[in-house]
Design a protein around this ligand. Structure first.
Ligand SMILES: Nc1nc2c(ncn2[C@@H]2O[C@H](COP(=O)(O)OP(=O)(O)O)[C@@H](O)[C@H]2O)c(=O)[nH]1
Ligand SMILES: [Mg+2]
Length: 344
């Protein structure tokens, strides 16, 4: 374990040093990603992020997991910030603005004011972090839940989500049974997760209860085959695909209706998340290192491209020197200093 830690930090240090050679403007997103991945190496917490297109029921699913209306949900795209949910002795919300000022309030009402998208579906730009604290057993031992804005709406939201995913140890991707694995979803899965060395992803199919039984079977069959394709190095013996009817699950949890909660799939998901937190925690440094390796390879590719230009310049420089030497020899021109420089 110690050796693995040591290797991760050595690679991260080297990556940060090398990334100084990158053009700041051209690679501004990549530089922020490098910072996130490297910072995450030393995080003592285990972060579970819920990710997916807008209106797929992400915030509803988190409310169902917590058995309480913590996060705002709506039919229009709602979540306009990354909301970190952590353990605390009483339900409170802490908002830190970009200018460093802090607002602490009991409950989560304040989220309506600060973290909802505005009528043009634009995020506030003056927030540095949003945290909700509550006493829930799922959040003990440093487990954090992360609610994210929906993807495939605005580029700004997509960039925020993409970066937040780099520091999530387990990702729950919420799918809509009516439009399963759209092309954009598959592309994002490949570009934002798999290519970034993020392999700890589980899929949750929502809205399945709204379909006919025959269609439900077809949707689950298709989900199974795609989820299998993206399994990668996911731990053996544990499924990466779950069916949860988020809204019925939330209502059942609130009413303490255990039978409906069970049939909604939320209890199965809850115990899978708890199992995964325990399993992945044992191997956390390896999973985190995989992301540093992926991003270091990307930096290496960019710089190798530069090295190719440098080699080309070197060859042309050499050719020019040789040409000048022959030219000067033929014309009997011997400029002072010329031989000294080329003979070196
Ligand atoms: N009928 C039904 N509606 C749901 C379900 N899950 C979420 N919704 C509704 O879908 C809308 C969007 O949900 P929300 O959680 O805000 O989606 P998010 O944008 O992905 O966070 C809300 O009006 C929810 O009440 C479900 O399982 N069944
Ligand atoms: Mg939401």
């Amino acid at each position: 374990m110690l050796r693995k830690n040591y290797q991760s930090f050595k690679l991260a240090d080297s990556l940060k040093l090398t990334s100084r050679l990158l053009d700041r403007e051209e690679n501004s997103e990549l530089l922020l990603d490098i910072q996130s991945v490297c910072d995450h190496l030393s995080s003592p917490n285990f972060r579970v992020a819920v990710f997916g297109s807008f209106n797929h029921g992400k915030s509803t699913l988190l409310n169902a997991l917590l058995g309480k209306k913590i996060l705002p949900t709506d039919l229009i795209p709602t979540t306009g910030a990354a909301i970190n949910i952590k353990y605390g002795t009483e339900l409170t919300t802490r908002i830190i603005r970009s200018d460093g000022t802090e607002i602490d309030e009991k409950g989560t009402e304040i989220l309506q004011r600060f973290t909802r998208l505005n009528s043009e579906r634009i995020m506030r730009s003056d927030l540095s972090s949003v945290e909700v604290f509550l006493p829930h057993p799922l959040l003990k031992n440093g487990v954090e839940l992360l609610d994210l804005p929906g993807t495939n709406d605005r580029e700004e939201q997509d960039n925020l989500v993409r970066r937040q995913l780099l520091s999530a140890d387990l990702i729950i991707q919420v799918l809509d049974a009516n439009q399963l694995f759209t092309l954009t979803e598959v592309d994002n899965l490949q570009d934002w997760l798999i290519d970034k060395g993020i392999e700890t992803v589980i899929f949750v199919v929502n809205f399945l209860n709204l379909l006919e039984i025959e269609d439900q079977k077809k949707v689950m069959q298709r989900s199974r085959s795609i989820a299998e394709e993206f399994r990668g190095n996911f731990p053996n013996g544990i499924s990466n695909l779950y069916r949860v009817d988020a809204l019925p699950a939330f209502k059942a949890k609130q009413q303490g209706d255990r039978a409906t909660a069970f049939s909604s799939g939320i209890l199965t998901l809850e115990s899978a998340v708890q199992n995964l937190v325990a399993i992945l925690s044992n191997d956390l440094q390896r999973y985190r290192l995989l992301r540093v390796v992926a991003i270091a390879n990307r930096v290496k590719q960019i710089l190798e491209e530069r090295v190719r230009f440098l080699c080309q310049l070197n060859t042309e420089l050499q050719n020019a020197r040789e040409y000048l030497e022959v030219y000067c020899y033929e014309k009997s021109i011997f400029p002072i200093g010329f031989h000294n420089k080329t003979d070196r």
